[in-house]
Ligand binder design. Structure first.
Ligand code: RFL
Length: 402
């Protein structure tokens, strides 16, 4: 293991400097390292913090295949659980979609993102990958040339500088890569006007399915994480502080919106995590800006309504790794432009489906205030999903696919 945190031994240049050790950065690091490309990962957090951030949990079949292809799936193969059913609960009753036997007949693997990150990190370090923990990238300079540099601050607050041929911006939505984009970069942003209180409960799942409940008080969601921990979502007003409801009020609201009185009680437990998420979508075009390349949340933000973010991060990292290997090892012109085109095609597909899910799950007040009209459209959409096999196949393909 070559974990080199000491600045006196840490090299200050690499062919590829990767910003961020999330699913995107670590997948990319592993793939480049496996192809003998000299790379280093700069990560703001300390190592201990990396394996503790609970976020995603549903990995699509394609994501699992990608990780398997590169020998990065041992943990999720061992501890991940297959999942292929979702249940909608509405004013008109409830229905279940066995999406694992619809469409392309693919399932999710439930595996917490923090475990995936821990696996990717362990593999990267065990195979000799270089990473600088506690190092915050501040800006990418000269990205329009062939010798970009990254200015950073190490764990002791000392300034450091990294030279590269390429910089891979995998440092999320608030990272240095996005801050360093040239004015020519297009940023397509859409605020869906909806917020969710994301909750982690120390409680076993209450359903054997992903639960989506529409209710006049707002949306509620249920997603398994582990046999002991479950993620719930409660739609809340924009600006609601995460701690505005007590644990008991949270459970009462979840019971109400998920119609526990009709469909069975939820299994309660301590609320161990709360995050307010404002649902918005955001895409940067193109994904290449000279020597700066974007992947994962740095490239696009997808609302968590369809669980696409972590999946896109892994898939884009694979595409980017292929393009960088083609460019650096085989001198193939155009490989990085192609990365941008291929990555954006996937991103917009995921955006479209996530947007559709948002409109399926929330009442849209509309600019004209005709909530009856919009609510009726939404009910009709749900009814179509309940009754049309063609619609169900389309849903399954998009829900599990990226
Ligand atoms: P990450 O995971 O944010 O990792 C970025 C890394 O960069 C570091 N960093 C920096 N390092 C150096 N210098 C800087 N200046 C830096 N700034 C940041 C950070 O410390 C971090 O380690 O981005 P990445 O790799 O692009 O991965 C994206 C995913 O994390 C994200 O899309 C998903 O978590 C979204 N998401 C879900 N995705 C799914 O596919 N399925 C789900 O079920 C799902 N559920 C969720 C989610 C996101 C959520 N939140 C918190 C928005 C549930 C929630 C509540």
């Amino acid at each position: 293991m070559t974990e080199r945190q000491n600045s006196s031994v840490r090299p200050e240049s690499a062919a590829v400097v990767i910003l961020g050790a999330g699913p995107a950065g670590l997948t990319l690091g592993n793939l480049l390292h496996a192809h003998g490309i000299d790379c280093v990962v700069l990560e703001r957090a300390e190592r201990a913090a990396l394996g503790t951030r609970a976020r995603a949990g549903f990995l699509a079949a394609n994501t699992v295949r990608t990780l398997e292809r590169h020998g990065l799936a041992d943990g999720l193969r061992r501890d991940g659980r297959p999942h292929g059913v979702c249940e909608f609960r509405t004013d008109d009753g409830r229905f279940r979609l066995d999406y694992g036997s619809l469409g392309h007949r693919e399932q999710h693997t439930v595996y917490p993102q923090q475990d995936l990150v821990a696996d990717l990190l362990a593999h990267y370090l065990d195979t000799g990958g270089r990473i600088a923990f506690g190092t915050e990238a501040l800006a990418v300079h000269d990205a329009d040339g062939t010798r970009p540099t990254v200015s950073a601050r190490d764990a002791h607050g000392r300034p450091t500088r990294w030279r590269a041929r390429y910089v891979a911006g995998c440092d999320g939505r608030h990272g240095a890569a996005r801050r360093s984009l040239p004015p020519s970069a297009l940023r397509h942003h859409r605020d869906h006007g909806v917020s969710w209180l994301g909750l982690l409960a120390q409680a076993p799942p209450s359903l054997d399915a992903v639960g989506y409940a529409t209710h006049r008080g707002g949306f509620a969601g249920h997603m398994a994480r582990t046999p002991e921990v479950t993620r719930y979502y409660l739609q809340c007003d924009r600006g609601t502080p995460a701690d505005s409801w007590t644990d008991e009020q949270v459970w009462d609201l979840l019971d109400l919106r998920m119609r526990a009185a009709e469909h069975g009680p939820l299994r309660r437990g301590g609320i161990i995590g709360r995050t307010v998420v404002d649902l918005c979508s955001d895409v940067v075009e193109p994904l290449r800006h000279g020597s700066l390349l974007l992947a994962g949340d740095a490239a696009s933000l997808v609302s968590p309504s369809a669980a696409k973010g972590a999946n896109l991060a892994v898939l884009e990292a694979e595409l980017l790794a292929e393009a960088l290997v083609d460019d650096l090892a085989h001198g193939e012109p155009g490989a990085l432009e192609q990365y941008s085109r291929r990555g954006l095609a996937r991103i917009w597909r995921a955006q479209e489906f996530s947007h559709w899910m948002i409109r399926l799950l929330h009442t849209d007040p509309g600019t004209d205030g005709e909530s009856f009209f919009h609510e009726s459209m939404r009910r009709s959409r749900l009814e179509s999903l309940r009754t049309s096999r063609a619609h169900q196949d389309w849903f399954a393909e998009n829900y599990v696919g990226v």
